[in-house]
Design a protein around this ligand. Structure first.
Ligand SMILES: [Zn+2]
Ligand SMILES: [Zn+2]
Length: 117
């Protein structure tokens, strides 16, 4: 159906918006910093060692800003990845790559690791 195709195309345009400017892939656990930019939590923390500045717009933060998980963006990324995997499966251009984002006790502790024997 034409409508379905059209929504797929707009989805592809969305990829840029959902791409982390550090790792250049779709966000893994996206967080928002005070300047309004979004990054993967891990990518951002990797760039924040002695100074805290936005890798995108270079806004400098005197103290480490509180990272807020962008739940809306996270949901959009999940939906996007799912949709993209469906599209790629349908076209078999690339293997499905569904990123898994486990957020357990976010911001306050370490993730719980499940061991499956
Ligand atoms: Zn990243
Ligand atoms: Zn910024």
């Amino acid at each position: 159906m034409a409508e379905v195709l059209q929504s797929d195309f707009s989805l592809l345009g969305l990829e840029e918006e959902l791409t982390c400017s550090i790792c250049l892939s779709t966000f893994q656990c996206p967080v928002t910093i005070p300047c309004g930019h979004n990054f993967c939590q891990d990518c951002l923390l990797a760039t924040w060692r002695d100074t805290y500045s936005c890798p995108q717009c270079r806004t400098h933060f005197p103290t480490k800003p509180e990272l807020k998980k962008n739940t809306v963006l996270s949901t959009v990324v999940e939906t996007f990845n799912l949709r993209m995997s469906q599209i790629s499966r349908a076209t078999s251009r690339r293997p499905a790559n569904i990123s898994c984002c486990i957020v357990t006790g976010f911001g306050s502790g370490s993730p719980v690791v499940l061991q499956i024997f």
